[in-house]
Ligand binder design. Structure first.
Ligand SMILES: [Zn+2]
Ligand SMILES: [Zn+2]
Ligand SMILES: [Zn+2]
Length: 370
């Protein structure tokens, strides 16, 4: 069971659910990308900001396709009010009833955005904070820091930030035992799989055919012919599509996935959502994991389609950042300036990633991603 200190940091147990007489209340609205899920919550002004947290347990990583979930526990007694007249949601039921994300994970059946879950043991609603219009929390906690194996997002937080955060670890907080697979051609394969296993495929190393192709060769990591390019996406559309502050993507040609993923992305339990006339999102219809974003602009022909593949689902033995398979780009200043949501925390991650890159690569890498 959690200590009182942990309950306060991760579950806001020291906050009032209702305003005192004559005290101001504030209303906050959450909305998924397609608008099917919309709800508001009312909180007493004196309880703000609530504490938010990041959880990098395997359930959170493999259901969001990211390095973790960005959650905020609503005060005990505060519940969402469904404002568009519907609670038409897909539910992924998880096992057990212990702390740490167990219960039900709810996501939009149309666009796949996760919107949170109810923790029965705590009798509290946990919201995916990235779907809110306005920020009413401060990220104060980090759950399951050992699970990513290589530090995951913690290794990209500046020490000045991470030392102020409460770390929550439990018996289940250890890295999964992942292994590299070998294909029929003797080459290595990296598995990517959603939480429920309904969508599963492997990734090949860049082949000679890729390296010799004028277009596809652009996605091979600069100076490292065996790795793919990877980047952090803080775009506001992505935030709503994936219900996270940012997505870690690897850029991989569709033909370098095995078994081959068809151009319509529909393998296993995959569903797709047309986010715009150019952007298609692929997500697991059973657990809601973000798997792909396909951008029509990034594909001159069907055979040369390059997909944004969600790195959070990778099963790399070296850890969540899959550094034996991808090279991480640092976010350039011009992109950093455009981040309009939780921008202080986003900037902390960006700066922390740069410091990590200097240690890892000797310098920051700012390569093209189109
Ligand atoms: Zn939706
Ligand atoms: Zn979790
Ligand atoms: Zn799934």
């Amino acid at each position: 069971m959690l200590s009182l200190d942990q309950l306060i940091t991760f579950f806001n147990r020291d906050r009032a659910a209702t305003a005192e007489p004559r005290e101001e209340s504030r209303t906050f609205t959450a909305r998924c990308h397609c608008g099917n899920i919309e709800y508001s919550i009312v909180l007493p002004a004196s309880s703000l900001p609530l504490n938010g947290y990041i959880c990098s347990c395997t359930l959170c990583r493999y259901s969001h396709g990211s390095f973790g979930s960005f959650h905020v526990s609503l005060t005990q007694g505060v519940a969402p009010e469904w404002t568009n007249g519907t609670i038409n949601m897909s539910v992924y039921k998880t096992k057990g009833s212990e702390p740490g994300g167990h219960g039900q994970r709810w996501f939009c059946p149309t666009c796949g955005s996760h919107n949170g879950h109810y923790e029965p043991w705590a009798m509290q609603w946990i919201a995916d904070s990235s779907l809110f219009e306005e920020n009413f929390w401060e990220i104060k906690g980090f759950g399951f820091p050992k699970s990513p194996g290589d530090g995951g997002l913690v290794s990209w937080l500046p020490e000045s930030v991470s030392k102020g955060m409460k770390m929550l670890t439990m018996d289940r907080d250890f890295p999964p035992e992942d292994k590299i697979e070998i294909g029929e051609d003797g080459g290595e394969r990296l598995r990517a799989e959603c939480q429920c296993g309904g969508v599963s495929f492997t990734i090949k190393r860049p082949s000679d055919a890729v390296r010799n192709d004028e277009y596809l060769s652009r996605f091979v990591a600069p100076g490292n012919p065996n790795k793919w390019k990877a980047y952090l996406d803080f775009d506001k559309e992505t935030r709503r599509l994936a219900s996270v502050l940012f997505m870690p993507w690897a850029l991989i040609p569709r033909t370098s996935l095995e078994p081959e993923v068809p151009s319509d992305l529909l393998i296993g339990t995959m569903k797709t959502y047309e986010a715009s006339d150019k952007i298609t999102k692929g997500f697991c219809g059973r657990c809601g994991a973000v798997m792909f974003i396909k951008n029509k602009d990034g594909s001159p022909s069907e055979q040369s389609e390059v997909l944004n593949v969600a790195v959070g689902n990778f099963r790399a033995p070296e850890g969540a950042k899959a550094t034996n398979w991808v090279q991480w780009r640092s976010v350039p200043e011009r992109e950093k300036e455009q981040i309009g949501f939780d921008s202080q925390f986003a900037n902390d991650i960006i700066e922390g990633q740069k410091a990590w890159a200097v240690e890892q690569y000797g310098k920051t890498l700012e390569f093209d991603i189109i």
